[in-house]
Design a protein around this ligand. Structure first.
Ligand SMILES: [Zn+2]
Length: 489
């Protein structure tokens, strides 16, 4: 009788799946604070019709440990509890939710649905490398919701909070509250992370560089190609639903993108396909949002760099750097400074950020000391999430509640008279140049620094001569692009 003594080891070799991280196992070597609820913990969860709390299977724990090890600190600290719950569709043929968090209570708890073919079903979770990545992405998506609510629980500016944004800070231990408090302070987000994300997105929509959120119509994105989704400002089709889903999709796919060939990391793919650092209008929204997620600590620097690919703002040092075409022409790099304050005179209702540096300007009249200043309106949109629509509502905002400038700002008289870029003669204070039309893009902004780029479309030149540079006796054309960097350290 033939024997098959090799059969068993052969089968197990073929079933071995390469883990996404080296030490996938339970408990994970980091973020081991996460408590997996068991069937006896029903009193800790919210009851859903027909749902049954389950003890976790080792295959589920292995994938969960893997997910936690891929996640930056803020994301994994936001999750304190995980419940594996079998929750069938409410009626035959009805939709099922494969993972969720609750908006109104227990915001530290991620629910994973183990029903049938869903990603966190014990037999599905390890079916293939792609499936495992998809399961982990679902978890990181929910962990991102938990992290947003952790941050919202720490914001200090109470008037801007809406019911949906509230979470009880006591859900998280003191050191995790401190971690979130530091993130809020580093990003000046006392008016709320969802509100700021929404403001960023709406500014890109207004500039024609993104599409409005689709709410319940998001499924109309299904089948849309990567270029369309990224150009709309989203990572994935579902990211087009609303701000909180956009944040969760952008974060989770940027983290998991290298793990599978079938991911929905559309924006990362589009940016990785670019040939150089230049950030076009189709990439500016997703580039900015990924930078924001990095300064929030939702992405590690490696996640950010892997996703944006070759794209970068070329600002070689502190101050302003002008370019003519692709060529660097002049830098204003002395005494860089930045601040936020209230506007003067009839601009008093606005909160204004300014970034300033000194240098030397050259015109046909010769070289002289000059100061360059970028002025941006950073008045928060207090009405973005409320019924109060009037613009005059902005009058009441205290300076300390203003965030950093982030994202896109149309410049100049033809666009927004508040936002401008000017060069003045430092000896007599006279204006020598004003960008009459342009677009400023702030790609990164936190207490660690600010980096941006201005596409110059039209310059008002008050000097009677050319400004950007004089090479020998030959005047060089005016700048087409001006980048800047300010690092407070
Ligand atoms: Zn979600």
């Amino acid at each position: 009788m033939p024997t098959f003594r090799f059969a068993s080891p052969l089968v197990s070799i073929f079933l071995l799946l390469a883990p996404l991280a080296a030490e996938a196992a339970w408990p994970p070597s980091r973020c081991d604070h996460v408590r997996v609820l068991g069937s006896g913990d029903a009193d800790e969860i919210i009851e859903y019709d027909g749902a049954v709390l389950q003890d976790a299977d080792p295959r589920q724990l292995d994938a969960l440990g893997n997910a936690l090890q891929l996640m930056p600190e803020v994301l994994c600290q936001a999750v304190r509890r995980v419940a594996f719950l079998e929750r069938p569709p409410e009626d035959e043929g009805g939709t099922v939710v494969d993972a969720w968090t609750n908006r109104n209570e227990n915001q530290d708890l991620v629910y994973l649905n183990t029903w049938s073919y869903l990603p966190w079903n014990a037999t599905v979770v390890n079916q293939s490398r792609e499936q495992r990545a998809r399961s982990i992405q679902r978890f990181i998506h929910e962990a991102t919701h938990a992290a947003v609510r952790l941050l919202q629980s720490q914001q200090k500016a109470e008037p801007y909070r809406s019911r949906q944004e509230r979470a009880d800070p006591a859900l998280w231990p003191a050191e995790v509250q401190q971690l979130a408090d530091d993130v809020i302070a580093r990003n000046r987000l006392d008016t709320g992370v969802i509100r700021e994300w929404q403001r960023i997105h709406e500014a890109f929509v207004a500039a024609g560089m993104a599409k409005p959120y689709l709410d319940d119509d998001w499924a109309s994105n299904d089948g849309a190609n990567s270029a369309y989704l990224a150009g709309a400002g989203w990572m994935s089709a579902y990211g087009g639903e609303q701000a909180i889903e956009d944040i969760a999709e952008m974060t989770s796919w940027a983290i998991i993108r290298d793990a599978t060939g079938s991911a929905d990391d559309h924006a990362c793919r589009v940016m990785n396909g670019r040939s150089g650092p230049s950030i076009g209008s189709a990439d500016a929204a997703v580039f900015t949002k990924l930078g924001f997620l990095w300064t929030l600590g939702f992405l590690d620097e490696s996640h950010y760099r892997d996703c944006v690919g070759p794209l970068a703002i070329e600002a070689p040092g502190d101050g302003f750097h002008s370019f003519v075409g692709g060529e660097a022409s002049r830098s204003y790099s002395s005494n860089p400074r930045a601040g936020v304050g209230r506007g003067d005179g009839e601009d008093e209702q606005w909160l204004i950020a300014n970034i300033t540096a000194d240098g030397t300007a050259s015109t046909s009249a010769g070289a002289f000391p000059a100061t360059i200043q970028l002025i941006l309106n950073v008045t928060p949109l207090v009405d973005a999430m409320t019924e109060r629509g009037a613009r005059s509502d902005r009058l009441a905002i205290p300076v300390q509640d203003a965030s950093f400038p982030r994202g896109v700002y149309p410049l100049g008289f033809r666009n927004d008279p508040i936002n401008r870029l000017q060069i003045a003669n430092r000896d007599d204070g006279k204006l020598i140049m004003d960008v009459g039309q342009g677009i400023a893009l702030i790609g990164l902004a936190s207490t660690d620094g600010i980096v941006g780029s201005i596409a110059v479309q039209r310059i008002f030149n008050f000097s009677g001569g050319l400004l950007s540079s004089i090479a020998g006796d030959e005047p060089v054309a005016e700048p087409t692009r001006i980048t800047f960097r300010y690092d407070p350290q």
